[in-house]
Design a protein around this ligand. Structure first.
Ligand SMILES: *Cc1c(COP(=O)(O)O)cnc(C)c1O
Length: 372
């Protein structure tokens, strides 16, 4: 699905020396590379504050902890997402409320959000799934009207740009009160282990998030609030400092690969290529097809026979996961999410996908459908 080794080979010299430098100085925790990365990410994203942390799940948890919510408060999320979004909500004894998604963009359907709001609702957590922004203009207007926080789960869409109706452009992760991202190796900006970051434009939230991520301390050994140990390793920061300079180029490579898939796979009956939102660029964390008529498993098998990997992101909506079934509130009809779980299939998508590989994959997909 991804080819991290080929990617490494192109940047081996800079990466190897960046890693060696961390070892030479032995500043493994909070070394200078962490602050360098924070500033690079600030410049890249346009966010006022960036707080690096240990992983994307921690980023979401710390974001919620910063809001001072109380047990039983509700957080609205899309029914179709990676489990981490719901997990941190439940861990903090808050209630995840799932709302259905749009059938073509896979992102939360903003037209259904207001109906999900109750007196206990405190926040909306849109997920920018697979590489493009949720409809943030509408989401922010609803949040504003109902006095709710917006936390963006931007683990999959770093670098995507959303355009508001007045022409203002902002990066995903920098539009809500807090944005969260992940540097898991296969993410668009991946390190060589776990990593994450939190974004905010608000000074008070930035200060609080910084404290929570580092044991709730304002200065060393003075702990004001209860926090967690969630730091970005110096080694990972050193790696990210090399890779962030390539991120725009990497996202373009993904977009081009997606364009080639689009051209070759559009118009096949029973197969839907991913739709691009009007107001967002797409950084194609995943290239996700919809396969009709229960043919998905057969297509997977057909591809596997030709040694082509494919993956189902995600086989179950949040509310059907065993751990979340008893504690999730379902708002209204969520059948779009349920049906997507039965039809989505993601093809290999990464920065090193060459035309020869892609032609091979395309031919395999097409040959499956000509059988019918
Ligand atoms: C990857 C991911 C996360 C979690 O990030 P980790 O760094 O793996 O903890 C959260 N939300 C979404 C949507 C993700 O894809």
């Amino acid at each position: 699905m991804v080819d991290l080794f080929s990617q490494y080979q192109h940047i081996k010299d800079s990466l190897d020396s960046a890693i060696q430098e961390v070892i030479n100085t032995t500043a493994f925790i909070n070394g200078p590379q962490v602050a360098v990365f924070r500033d690079k990410l600030k410049a890249f994203s346009g966010a006022k504050h960036v707080i690096p942390c240990a992983n994307g799940t921690d980023a979401l948890q710390i974001a919620l902890m910063a809001l001072n919510l109380k047990e039983g408060d509700e957080v609205i999320i899309p029914a179709f997402t990676y489990v981490a979004t719901a997990e941190v909500i439940a861990l903090l004894k808050l209630t995840p409320v799932v709302v259905d998604v749009c059938p073509d963009t896979f992102n939360i359907n903003p037209a259904l959000i207001e109906a999900a709001i109750s007196p206990k609702t405190k926040a909306i957590m849109p997920v920018h799934l697979f590489g493009q922004s949720a409809d943030m203009e509408t989401i922010l207007a609803i949040a504003n009207k109902h006095n709710l926080y917006v936390i963006e789960d931007n683990a999959q869409s770093i670098g995507a740009i959303y355009t508001f109706s007045d022409g203002t452009k902002k990066q995903t992760g920098t539009m809500g009160h807090i944005g969260c991202t992940s540097f898991f190796p296969s993410k668009n900006l991946g390190c060589y282990g776990d990593g994450g970051a939190i974004f905010t434009n608000e000074d008070a939230l930035g200060e609080r998030i910084q404290m929570i991520a580092n044991h709730g301390q304002s200065k060393k050994y003075y702990h004001k609030i209860i926090g967690v140990n969630s730091r970005l390793d110096t080694m990972q920061a050193a790696i990210l400092n090399v890779k962030i300079d390539k991120l725009s180029q990497y996202n373009i490579a993904r977009e081009q690969a997606a364009g080639r898939y689009d051209n070759a796979l559009s118009g096949i009956s029973g197969l839907k290529v991913p739709k691009r939102s009007k107001n967002s660029t797409h950084v194609f964390h995943q290239y996700t097809l919809q396969v009709a008529d229960n043919k998905r498993e057969d297509l997977m098998k057909h591809l596997a026979e030709k040694e082509i990997p494919s993956m189902i992101y995600y086989p179950l909506p949040v509310h059907e996961q065993e751990a979340f079934k008893p504690l999730t509130r379902i708002s209204g009809d969520v059948s779009v999410a349920e049906n997507l779980c039965k039809s989505v299939l993601s093809l290999p998508m990464h920065t090193e996908l060459n035309m020869q590989q892609e032609d091979y994959i395309i031919k395999a997909v097409r040959s499956f459908f000509t059988k019918y």
